[in-house]
Structures are given as C-alpha cells and as structure tokens.
Design a protein around this ligand. Structure first.
Ligand code: FES
Length: 281
C-alpha cells in the first residue's frame, strides 16, 4: 500500500498528489511513467510522473479526474493509501544520454497542453539543473486551467503561457504561440518536446515540422495496461509498429501516424463511459 502524503487542488478537477513510494522516487528518470491500481477492484492506470523527491521518498503526480479510476484516485485524501504504485516504467527521455556540454549548446523548447504540462516539468527540471537553458510553452483552455505556473517560472524566464480564450497570457493555442516565437520573435530551436492531448500533439508536431524543428512526443495518452500485454498502445512510427509503453513512451513526433493513434485512443470510449456511469451511480 502506498500512502498519499500531500494533495492539492491545482485547477477545477485537477489535483497534485505526493505518494510515498521511495523506490520509485529514487529510480525515476525524466520521461518515465508509473501504473497505479487505486483499490482491490481497481484497473491499471498509467500516469505520468510530474516530480520525484528521493530524499523524502515521494513521487508527485498530477491527475485530471476523467474516468472512474481517476475519480476514485482524487477522492482519496492525505493519509489514505493506494493499492499499487508501480514504476518507473518506459524508456527515459533520450536526451539524458547526451553529453551535457552538447546539450548546453542546444536551444530546447517544451510545449505542453492541458494536464500534459505536468510530465514536461521533470524533463525541463533535469535539464535546467544541469545548466541547459529551456523555453517552455504551456497551453490551456482558459486562465482557470493554467497549472504549475510557479514551478515552471522557477526553471526559466522564457515561460509562455497560452490560453485558447485569451483570458491569461498569450491569446491562442500552443501552435500559435510557437509560430509567434519562431516567426515574430526570431527564436530558433534544436529540439521541441511536445506532451499533451493527442490532437494537440498532432497539430503541434505539424507546426514544428513546418519550422524544421526536430520534435519528440510522449504517447502516454493511448496506453491502457502499460506493460506491453494489452496491445492498445500500438503506434506506427516511421512505418514500423511500436508499443508506446515498452518502446516509448517518447517517439519522433514527425514519424508518428497520429490519425491512426487518434482512432486507437477512441476504441475503448464506450467502455470508459459505461464504467464512469457505473462509478457515478
Ligand atoms: Fe497495453 Fe502498451 S499499454 S501494450
């Protein structure tokens, strides 16, 4: 059993939780994820890691209550326990294997959308702690849904917050913000890491391709069991079939068949809605 030691409401329906899981906290690297099972009747839910603290033995996750399992999770309070908390899983971000001095010469842009801004935090933090400068763009529907602003602001002065309705920061989507940075502010980037809803990753990848920026996406959104057994996370990358949970979750954004991934992501929609209704009843 894994104890919840901190819980905060970040935005409507979006919670930050610190879970006591010392071994995971010690081993977690940027880009990896965990699997939780909330209780004895729970399903496996893959979630991204937002931060980890090896000294305290805690792992920070940011969750939007969307389906029955995540609703059960966010209903738990500090002092409650989660049945299983397994990880870290998946391959870490490739840049952690690069020479730091080479990385310091690069200009890296992080582009996060919705709750997908959470997993860009540990990656950007890892780089900044090693002296690599990063720019960060976050996208939300409106001001109320902007999360983790303070944490990102500690990492870089170049934080660009975009809201679809213009209620805070830049008026527009992440794609518009990247156009603004590249076309109007003359920014040049050697790499863009894109994490967010599948549709956001598709269009942001098209935008970075247009600007000639090599890009990485994290295919967490299509994972189901997270262990290479269910097959739900099959994704076509450069014409080859890959499993997001064991071969990724990060892949070359410009090689992904996003339309296929979007179809695959929707394949369990009916079952998810049914389960959600059962939980709400
Ligand atoms: Fe089931 Fe990858 S999530 S095989």
């Amino acid at each position: 059993m894994y104890k919840i030691v901190d819980k905060k409401l970040l935005a409507p329906n979006i919670y930050s939780m610190d879970i006591l899981a010392p071994r995971v906290a010690k081993a977690a690297l940027p880009g990896q994820f965990i699997i939780i099972i909330v209780d004895e009747n729970g399903e496996r839910v893959p979630l991204t890691i937002c931060d980890s603290n090896p000294e305290k033995g805690t792992v920070n996750i940011v969750t939007q209550a969307m389906g029955s399992s995540t609703k059960k999770l966010v209903a738990k309070e500090v002092g409650d326990h989660i049945k299983d908390f397994v990880g870290p899983l998946g391959k870490p971000s490739e840049f952690i294997h690069e020479d730091i001095e080479d990385l310091k010469k690069k200009k890296i842009l992080f582009a996060g959308g919705g709750v997908g801004v959470a997993p860009i935090y540990p990656q950007a933090k890892w780089l900044v702690e090693r002296g690599v400068e990063v720019d960060i763009v976050t996208g939300s529907k409106n001001k109320d849904l902007v999360i983790l602003e303070e944490r990102f602001a500690e990492l870089t002065e170049n934080l660009f917050i975009a809201t679809d309705d213009g209620s805070y920061g830049f008026h527009g989507m992440v794609t518009n913000a990247i156009d603004e940075l590249v076309e109007n502010q003359g920014k040049k980037y050697d790499l863009c890491v894109i994490i967010g809803p599948m549709i956001m990753m598709k269009f942001t990848s098209m935008t970075t391709k247009k600007h000639g920026i090599p890009s990485i996406v994290s295919m967490n959104p299509i994972m189901v069991d997270g262990t290479g057994m269910c097959g739900a996370c099959r994704v076509t990358v450069g014409g080859e079939t890959k499993f997001a949970c064991v071969d990724g979750p990060e892949f070359d954004a410009h090689q992904i068949d996003f339309d296929e991934a979007l179809r695959r992501q929707a394949q369990y929609k009916e079952e998810e809605i049914k389960k959600d209704h059962e939980y709400c009843e």
